[in-house]
Design a protein around this ligand. Structure first.
Ligand SMILES: Nc1nc2c(ncn2[C@@H]2O[C@H](COP(=O)(O)OP(=O)(O)OP(=O)(O)O)[C@@H](O)[C@H]2O)c(=O)[nH]1
Ligand SMILES: [Mg+2]
Length: 213
């Protein structure tokens, strides 16, 4: 091969690597106990066969952000998106160690958990400012969506112009009211699902492919 052809091939490879689209990092955000880790595990299991983190009924179970890289999600029309999923600690405006005592956690562990949860919230906010390209904002459909933390978080996400899907989880429960979430955030797509029951996940995956591409 002559030197000119070799140089041209090298240059094309360099250009391809340089302009290769960076994988989008999609953060799962929302208040504690909404089901963020359950969803992250479900997505990872469905598309890679592995899971990400530990699920628990105790709030603030996730106290560090966990990432699972290189997940390719396909839609029924043949298009797909490859993303990294970041499962983040639940964000609240107030973390009180006494909250954990109700779940049978000892005082020392409760104080430690509260400290770690506070650091986790700071870390999640840092990621949102610096490293996140899209958000799945997850809510428990049985809870009131009009709370300060939701309004604040959606405001931050909007100010960064990040694509967002609002996930209305736990629609298997009798008190679930995903329409309340739709009225609270009419400017964004809302997908009602049950992570536990697996309801409507196909619609969520379709939306993710279209929204995060
Ligand atoms: N009924 C019902 N329960 C669910 C669903 N998804 C998650 N849960 C339960 O909700 C609780 C919290 O789930 P997690 O996935 O740990 O919630 P999280 O948002 O990651 O919580 P933190 O990490 O504490 O912020 C667990 O008991 C789950 O089994 C669902 O679709 N329906
Ligand atoms: Mg979690």
């Amino acid at each position: 091969m002559n030197i000119l052809v070799q140089t041209r091939n090298r240059f094309s490879k360099f250009l391809a690597a340089f302009f290769k689209k960076k994988r989008s990092r999609i953060g799962i955000y929302g208040p504690p106990n909404a089901g963020k880790t359950t969803l992250a595990n479900r997505i990872a299991k469905d598309w890679t066969g592995e899971s990400i983190g530990v699920v628990s009924e105790i709030p603030h179970e996730t106290r560090r952000a966990h990432r699972k890289s290189d997940i390719t999600i396909s839609s029924s029309n043949g298009s797909s998106v490859t993303i990294d999923i970041v499962d983040t600690p639940g964000v609240t405006t107030k973390i009180d160690y006494k909250e954990f005592l109700e779940y049978g956690v000892g005082k020392d562990e409760a104080v430690n958990r509260a400290r770690e949860a506070t650091e986790g919230v700071a870390e999640a906010m840092h990621w949102l400012r610096e490293d996140i390209d899209g958000v799945m904002y997850m809510l428990d459909s049985t809870q009131d969506p009009f709370i300060q933390v939701n309004i604040m978080m959606i405001g931050i996400i909007e100010s960064r112009n990040l694509p967002v899907i609002i996930v209305a989880n736990k629609i298997d429960l009798p008190d679930a009211a995903p329409q309340r979430i739709r009225s609270a955030f009419p400017q964004h797509p809302v997908i009602p699902i049950s992570c536990l029951g697996g309801n409507n996940l196909d619609e969520l995956y379709e939306k993710m492919v279209n929204h995060f591409r």
